[in-house]
Ligand binder design. Structure first.
Ligand code: ADP
Length: 398
């Protein structure tokens, strides 16, 4: 069983071909600059060098076509024919309240997925375009949609409702949906295993800290609260997103800066966060370099980030009435030793004892708390593609 995992962005396609027998990656790659000058496909067969192919790629159908051609290419390909691809798993950003788990794509549910585009206007249309492109090019191959929001559909109303009028929830679906669900689900399940417990018997706080960051309370294997909201802008400040702010700031800044809706949206999503505070970079490596050289704003940005993550951990321990484990994952969570240390510092009152030596690690599954720490702290690299492939495998009934 070979599964093609596809993640379509507005001008990009990330993909992996996974062999489900041993869950190994046979090939992976990235199409960039779809529909703009300088389109390029970078294809990496497992264990071999990257191949870079520049050509015009006007749309997602053409992008997928070129990826499939790369997969069967006599030189750098990894399969003899497209028939070897048994199923395709697609990352879809928004499942709204309709999808609480992954689904085999049908014409009917694809229309429902498309109808959710209002909720994620930048992400949902390319996700749908990717599904349609694969359907066109592989009409007999089953397609599965795996949603970023689905894992969080178990949140209770007290957690997902905002204090706006109830009728806005009913009319416009204004509520918290949460994102990064595939990642939170994966690392929470790994953490339960590391604890040697059934997921039902665990309380876990998962910190997905990357360019976008979210923290989730996973009680009994189910998401009961998460820091991202109606959109991925909510929660902690991120690389370039402002995170939660007093909502009254929005109209005031629009007026003072003369911004329209789109301008304000761009400002909050692209110009704020640790980039906006430091004025240097959205990348934590750059901020650490600058802070080490004495840059106070870079230090402030890093400190704010750690403080806000810590605050969510405290809030979620309270929400669940306890916590057995805290998990760090994604680019910052897996690699940034200093951030993990700073987030955990001061949480000793909860029973969190980080081990400085064990924490001196990057990118591999590790228990980074002291042996006698009441609350375990784990570094668990996320693997959203593998979850998509597993769901696809399961739903295709093979
Ligand atoms: P995305 O949300 O785009 O998927 P990732 O999870 O890949 O992002 O995280 C990317 C971020 O991880 C980078 O912007 C950078 O800040 C951070 N990062 C990667 N490697 C390191 C490192 N060695 N030390 C600190 N931060 C790192």
């Amino acid at each position: 069983m070979k599964i093609f995992v596809v993640n379509c962005g507005s001008s990009s396609i990330k993909y992996q071909l996974i062999n489900m027998e041993d869950e190994s990656v046979i090939a992976k790659g990235l199409v960039e600059r779809i529909g703009i000058d300088g389109s390029v496909l970078t294809h990496t067969p497992a264990g071999k060098d990257k191949v870079r192919m520049e050509s015009e790629i006007p749309d997602h159908v053409d992008g997928i076509k070129k990826v499939l051609a790369a997969l069967v290419d006599p030189n750098h390909g990894v399969i003899k024919s497209m028939d070897e691809i048994d199923a395709v798993g697609h990352r879809v950003v928004h499942g709204g309240e309709v999808f609480s788990e992954s689904v085999l794509v049908t014409e009917e549910n694809l229309k429902q997925i498309e109808a959710l585009s209002d909720m994620a206007p930048l992400h949902q249309p390319p996700n749908v375009a990717g599904i349609r492109a694969c359907q066109k090019l592989m009409p007999n191959t089953p397609q599965v949609a795996v949603f970023d929001t689905a894992f969080h559909q178990t949140m209770p109303p007290v957690a997902f409702m905002y204090g706006v009028k109830y009728e806005e929830y009913k009319k416009y679906g204004i509520r918290k949906y949460g994102f990064h669900g595939t990642s939170h689900r994966y690392v929470a399940a790994c953490a339960a295993e590391l604890l040697g417990k059934k997921p039902e018997d665990t309380k876990i706080i998962t910190c997905h800290l990357g360019n976008g960051s979210s923290i989730t309370a996973v009680d009994g294997g189910k998401s009961v609260d998460t820091s991202m909201g109606f959109t991925p802008l909510d929660g902690v400040l991120m690389g370039t997103r402002c995170g939660s702010i007093d909502p009254a700031i929005v109209p005031i800044l629009m007026q003072k800066k003369g911004l329209d809706n789109a301008g304000m949206d761009k400002y909050m999503n692209k110009e704020c966060g640790v980039l906006g505070i430091s004025g240097i970079s959205s990348d934590f490596r750059d901020l650490e370099d600058a802070a080490n050289k004495g840059d106070e704003k870079a230090q402030l940005a890093l400190d704010m980030f750690c403080y806000q993550v810590k605050r969510y951990i405290g809030a979620y321990a309270a929400a669940m009435g306890g916590v057995d484990a805290i998990v760090f994952t994604a680019g910052v969570g897996e690699n940034d030793i200093g951030t993990r240390a700073k987030v955990c510092k001061g949480l000793e009152f909860l029973g969190v004892e980080l081990d400085a030596e064990r924490n001196n690690v990057r990118g591999k599954v590790t228990e980074i708390s002291k042996a006698d720490s009441k609350v375990k702290v784990f570094l668990i690299p996320t693997n959203e593609e593998l979850v998509i492939a597993r769901d696809t495998n399961r739903l295709c009934g093979k």
